[in-house]
Ligand binder design. Sequence first.
Ligand code: MN
Length: 199
Amino acid sequence: MAFELPKLNYSYDALEPHIDARTMEIHYSKHHAGYTSKLNAAIEGTSDEGKSIEDIISAGNLSAAVRNNGGGFYNHSLFWDIMSPNGGGTPTGELAEKINEAFGSFEEFKTEFSNAAATQFGSGWAWLCYKNGKLEVCSTPNQDNPIMQEGCGGTPILGIDVWEHAYYLNYQNRRPDYINAFFNVVDWNRVAEHMNNAK
Ligand code: MN
């Protein structure tokens, strides 16, 4: 079974004004679709065929094609899922407790996550990861990912894409403005579900 571009649960314009419709359309239908088809081409006829994306990208010694496109497939699948037009606000319950435990407060977490996203040089991602019962912030270049052997470890439960294709049409070089706006669309209920799945 080849990998399929996961369905978006909202329309391209649903995250406006924080993420504009044109960016969403190109990002999903061109970039993510491209990673998906190139991942399928890279694993066709290999022992990776039929494996889960997690098993494929965590295996180590990845070819450039699997590392870039497998990472791109996984990372964007998480990214769309943890955003919602009904997002924003602050986490509750166990997720809030884990954030307070790891960072002191939600505001301090936000500062650390935003800083990781702003200072990732060039293209890449910043992450909130669940690792050994605790939460951590890290960042990775290109389409690398925490679960890759080349990554920063743990299971990502929240990620922000800081490739220019994710924000340049609306924000140009103002990456920090995009990062601030991103918090208005984070679906903390989904992030909490990803944390539960990571246990
Ligand atoms: Mn992207």
